[in-house]
Design a protein around this ligand. Structure first.
Ligand code: SAM
Ligand code: SF4
Ligand code: F3S
Length: 443
């Protein structure tokens, strides 16, 4: 076995786990293959948050058998934890199954594989810890850093506590070492990761996210610090104060509400009310008026009435989120909501989703239009997806900005862009100020 290819599905935690997988495989002497069809080992790092992504993985296993019949397939991520041994029956090409709590043991699995075994590593234990130096980072400008693993919330619809285990916070000193290491290698923006990141508590000092964020923002050489995902239930005033007061903390906050109707929120076991959420948003906005908020919505949760849905739309109109991620409810194995009745009919769910997107697209376009004529500071990420003569980057509040290259700037630079046009999902403009190339801090 000489070469590998990793395909990643799902959230930032999986994106980051794939960096660990790649780092471990490279350490073992494997090389990345230029295309999936040419790899000896194909790793699928999977997501099971809804049924659709799981079905995608099942059909991908079949398709890989035709595309690259000689390859061994390794299944990692949340479907691996959920399905475990059953994945071995899907295809003889499946050589190992590794759940998110065991990702760091991939080298052990590859060794077992070469001895003719088909290891299945799932569950959660302290042994699966890894050093951050084995991570192979994909981006030169952005670095992801795990702050807290797992989730204790047990929202009734969600599979994550079952696939990612209970909450476990890393030590603050270890997190800061990793951030300093990133800054010294030229990374400009750090993204702190956790499913309920504001439940973070350092096991050594008891420090919370506000303290961590402030310390991270103080690391020399870093331009921006962002964090995802916050639960509305754990959002303290100390965190609001750091967001409002620290110029390096990103002007963007993802704060999933899931529904705007109290009866639905109660059945979801979210443990906040619509009024409490709106009050929190009010406090955040008063302290940091320039903050760009985004949210997640589940449409068609069992028992959701037309009035409940109207209450969700009403919250969207009141808060005016820059971005909304909305999905139809998908029953997940082992979760209480999978047994809740009545289910909302599929046609009703898709009709509600369409109505919701009409509202959210209008609002985000209106918010983007407010920036036309203004100058925004953009960190260049790479080529624009549609046009290689243009750059794509993100403003300080996470908005995507596309603009023509001038030949004088590079990835990782910060430029001032005069915004000329706005769509629902991005801004377009031209560079108005020179590129700022920040000095790399010597380690
Ligand atoms: N930890 C985050 C939070 O508290 O909101 C969310 C994590 S989850 C991986 C991402 C999003 O997937 C959720 O916010 C929710 O909107 C959606 N989701 C989770 N389970 C779902 C289900 N069974 N059906 C539809 N959407 C679901
Ligand atoms: Fe899932 Fe709820 Fe935990 Fe988010 S807070 S990961 S939605 S159980
Ligand atoms: Fe999916 Fe697992 Fe993330 S279910 S959204 S990959 S935590």
């Amino acid at each position: 076995m000489r070469t590998f290819f990793v395909e990643t599905y799902g959230c930032q935690m999986n994106q980051h786990d794939s960096e660990l997988i790649e780092g471990q495989l490279r350490r073992q002497g494997l090389e990345p293959a230029p295309a999936v069809g040419e790899a000896d080992l194909v790793v699928l790092n999977t997501c099971s948050v809804r049924d659709k992504p799981v079905q995608k993985i099942i059909s991908r296993i079949g398709a890989l058998g035709r595309l690259n019949p000689a390859a061994t397939i390794g299944i990692c991520g949340c479907v691996a934890e959920q399905e475990a041994e059953r994945l071995l029956d899907r295809s003889p090409a499946v050589g190992f199954v590794i759940g998110p709590g065991q990702t760091a043991r991939i080298r052990e699995a590859v060794r077992a594989l070469t001895q003719g075994e088909r290891p299945v590593l799932t569950g959660f234990d302290a042994e699966s810890e890894h050093g951050f130096t084995t991570i192979f980072r994909k981006s030169e400008t952005r670095g992801m850093v795990t702050v807290i693993e797992g989730c204790n919330e047990f929202c009734t619809f969600c599979i994550v506590p079952y696939t990612r285990g209970r909450e476990s916070s890393r030590r603050l000193t270890e997190i800061l070492d990793e951030i300093r290491d990133l800054a010294s290698s030229g990374v400009r923006e750090v993204e702190l990761l956790g499913q309920t990141i504001n439940a973070y508590r350092c096991p050594e000092s008891g420090a919370g996210l506000a303290t961590l964020l402030e310390a991270a923002a103080g690391v020399e050489g870093l331009l921006r610090v962002r964090f995802i995902t916050s639960h509305p239930r754990h959002f303290g005033q100390d965190l609001i104060d750091v967001i409002a007061g620290h110029p390096k903390v990103f002007r963007y906050l993802h704060l999933p509400i899931q529904s705007g109707a109290d009866p639905v929120l109660a059945r979801m076991h979210r443990r906040y009310t619509r009024a409490e959420y709106l009050e929190l948003v009010g406090r955040i906005r008063r302290a940091a008026p320039d903050i760009n908020l985004s949210t997640d919505i589940i449409v068609g949760f069992p028992g959701e009435t037309e009035d409940d849905f109207a209450a969700t739309i009403d919250v969207l109109e009141r808060v005016r989120f820059g971005q909304v991620f909305a999905f139809g409810f998908s029953p997940r194995p082992r979760t209480p909501a999978a047994r809740y009745r009545p289910r909302v009919a599929e046609e009703v769910v898709s009709d509600r989703l369409q109505r919701l997107f009409a509202v959210t697209d209008r609002i985000s376009r209106e918010l983007n239009e407010e920036l036309v004529g203004r100058v925004v500071e953009v960190l260049i990420d790479g080529d624009s997806r549609r046009d290689p003569t243009h750059w794509q980057g993100r403003g300080e509040d996470n908005r995507v900005v596309n603009f023509p290259k001038t030949g004088r700037e590079a990835v990782g630079d910060v430029v001032e862009v005069a915004v000329e046009r706005a769509g629902a999902h991005s801004l377009a403009g031209t560079i108005s100020g020179g590129a700022v190339r920040l000095p790399v801090i010597a380690p």
